[in-house]
Design a binder for this molecule. Structure first.
Ligand SMILES: [Zn+2]
Length: 261
């Protein structure tokens, strides 16, 4: 059975960047696999972890989120979270971002030898916002696609111009952030998947900001920013057909910006 392989850097990235896509694919009967590079152990938290490490807690949170999204298989690579660019943890030789992409790709080939992977979903070249582990996901996704027999690589990203037009945008959006509309090729419409995406995200309780009102979350703000999921889709072999992907992805030409009348 053809499968989609989602590579993610940390727990919660699966929801934020691809939650609607995972829900849509699994609902359509497409097998989905999520592989995490790290357990997110360098993240910050104000949660009471009890006897757990942050990484252990985040594994449980991610597995609950993936179950909600209908993910068929979840795997964990054994790398450490690199933390944000410029921090001490990026120097850890065990950090995900310090592995050679070819080494990680070879690990994935072994791990997924019994899978028929149709497409690999990673992130854009800047990892949307420059996090070293996210940039590594981009490198690994592009390194592994041909080795694993996938026809397509999808860079999950955001639509920078759309974000800049939102009512609460304050003009501070980094010009390197994610992707501009000219680079984007496809999207997954947030509706009707948004509620499942947000519910799945709520499993990541260790990452919920203290100022987030759990009983009254800013659903509309989150929907406007992260509801629709954007991709830069690239064929591994010239002339490849989208096949099954054409049932999941809409071409950018079908995008109607809700902020432009
Ligand atoms: Zn991340």
């Amino acid at each position: 059975m053809a499968a989609l392989l989602f590579l993610h850097a940390h727990p919660d990235d699966e929801c934020i960047l691809t939650g609607a896509t995972l829900a849509k694919a699994s609902t359509a009967g497409v097998r989905t696999i999520v592989v995490y590079g790290t357990r997110g152990d360098a993240g910050e938290t104000s949660a009471d972890l009890g006897t757990e490490t942050l990484g252990e807690r985040r594994v449980r949170e991610a597995e609950a989120a993936c179950a909600d999204l209908g993910v068929a298989r979840v795997e964990w690579l054994d790398y450490a979270d690199s933390g944000m660019a410029g921090t001490e943890t990026t120097k850890n030789p065990e950090a995900f971002s310090n592995a050679r992409p070819a080494t990680v790709a070879a690990e994935l080939v072994n791990l997924l030898a019994d899978e028929d992977v149709l497409a690999v979903i990673g992130y854009d070249a800047n990892g949307t916002y420059g996090h070293p582990d996210h940039k590594q996901v981009h490198a690994v996704a592009h390194a592994v696609a041909a080795l694993i027999g996938a026809g397509w690589v999808l860079d999950a990203t955001y639509n920078r111009e759309h974000l800049a037009l939102l009512p609460d945008a304050d003009g501070s959006l980094d010009r390197q952030f994610a992707a501009g509309e000219a680079e984007l090729t496809h999207f997954v419409q947030g509706e009707p998947w948004f509620e499942r995406k947000l519910d799945a995200l709520m499993h990541h309780q260790s990452q919920v900001p203290d100022d987030w009102d759990q009983d009254n979350p800013d659903r509309e703000g989150f929907r406007a920013r992260f509801g629709t999921e954007w991709f830069i889709t690239e064929a591994v072999v010239d002339g490849a057909e989208l096949g099954l992907l054409s049932e999941l992805l809409e071409p950018k030409s079908a995008w109607q910006s809700p902020t432009v009348a």
